[in-house]
Design a protein around this ligand. Structure first.
Ligand SMILES: Cc1cc2nc3c(=O)[nH]c(=O)nc-3n(C[C@H](O)[C@H](O)[C@H](O)COP(=O)(O)O)c2cc1C
Ligand code: SF4
Length: 334
């Protein structure tokens, strides 16, 4: 029987438990990607809170990516020492840390209009980002191909109508990036986050997404985190509607040998241990519950098994530093 609080080995990446902090963008960096003290404090809270691994918030690999404000960056060597400080914070608590490498936009050009040279440049941006991540002490990198950001649009037939080897629905761009990273930084864990369904007309279907995942697994990706568009579903209730992408993740784990991480709507330890034992899913990742209570793993481990206090209102998408509104309210009352 699998338990949450036991060691797990994801293709060589050893975690002290099966809980992962899913990427959560803080919006705190300045225009050049420099990170303020407040951001380090957030990571310290998470690492001390007992999670087995932290996946950083969205970290762009391009200096010119201005898709949204406050974006973190691994787009030039000057930022490596600031990221080293983040990885030191995690390591001090025996918490693994993975950089989520992403692009919001690429030179304001969408997939249909990219030249071969552009595509080679995009692959190279990710590979260089991974090399910097390695120098900064990250245990791994996550290729962010979900939630409608650039790589998600690239693999989706809704936004990629190319007729060449990089057509919508093809896994080739992800595999090219993965192979490039593997060559340049062989000891990094390489994971990816993908939509199991785009939930939009002509978008990635579960069948297409499954095929991409299987091809990435065959090409040697170290783990896959299963998500979907509309990722932060509101009004999740413990024991009622948790783990909304579970069926796809169970099928992927069943039909491949790649370690599968499932994100989305985990709120109770009962349901989470049930999922782990329903099939071959290895780890569960959480975002909003750890925004609400960064020390939730420690609370559960200490014997207080009450479900997450997060009510899935999604107000943290709109607050400064993406803090939980309940924390802001209680600070204001002090
Ligand atoms: C404030 C906020 C910021 C987020 N930022 C990211 C991000 O940078 N990258 C990403 O892949 N997902 C991001 N997500 C989505 C979460 O990683 C996760 O997939 C989603 O919230 C569902 O999990 P949950 O029910 O545990 O919150 C964000 C979610 C929230 C609430
Ligand atoms: S604001 Fe707080 S309670 Fe609401 S979804 Fe975010 S973390 Fe959960």
């Amino acid at each position: 029987m699998k338990r949450i609080f036991e060691e797990v080995n994801l293709n060589g990446l050893k975690l002290k438990n099966r809980l992962i902090r899913s990427a959560t963008w803080e919006g705190l960096a300045d225009g050049e990607g420099h990170m303020p003290e407040k951001l380090y404090a957030i990571y310290e809270g998470l690492a001390k809170g007992g999670v087995g691994c932290i996946i950083t918030g969205f970290t762009t690999v391009s200096d010119t990516d201005r898709y949204f404000g406050g974006i973190a960056r691994l787009s030039n060597d000057g930022l490596i020492p600031e990221h080293k400080r983040l990885t030191d914070i995690a390591r001090a608590e025996n918490c693994k840390i993975i950089a989520q490498l992403a692009l919001g936009e690429y030179n304001r050009t969408e997939p249909d209009y990219l030249t071969d040279k552009d595509i080679a440049d995009i692959i190279s941006l990710f590979v260089k980002g991974a090399q910097r991540a390695r120098k900064a002490g990250y245990d791994g990198v996550q290729i962010h191909a979900a939630h409608g950001f650039f790589l998600s649009r690239f693999i989706s037939p809704a936004s990629n109508h190319r007729q060449d080897k990089y057509s919508g629905g093809s896994s080739k761009i992800i595999i090219d990036i993965m192979n490039g990273i593997r060559q340049a930084a062989p000891d990094l864990h390489i994971t990816m986050k993908i939509n199991c369904d785009d939930f939009i007309p002509n978008g990635l279907t579960p069948e297409m997404s499954m095929e991409i995942c299987k091809q990435c697994a065959a090409a040697g990706i170290d783990s896959i985190e299963v998500s979907g568009n509309g990722t932060s579903v509101p009004n999740i209730r413990a024991g009622v509607n948790e783990a909304y992408f579970k069926d796809f993740a169970l099928k992927l784990a069943d039909e491949t040998s790649v370690p599968v991480i499932l994100v989305g709507g985990h709120r109770s330890i009962d349901n989470m241990e049930k999922i782990l034992n329903e099939g071959k899913i290895e780890c569960l990742s959480l975002s909003r519950p750890l925004v609400r209570e960064p020390d939730l793993p420690k609370r559960w481990q200490g014997g207080d098994l009450a479900p997450s206090k997060c009510i899935s209102c999604n107000m943290c998408y709109r607050t400064p530093a993406h803090e939980c509104i309940f924390k802001i309210k209680s600070k204001n009352q002090e």
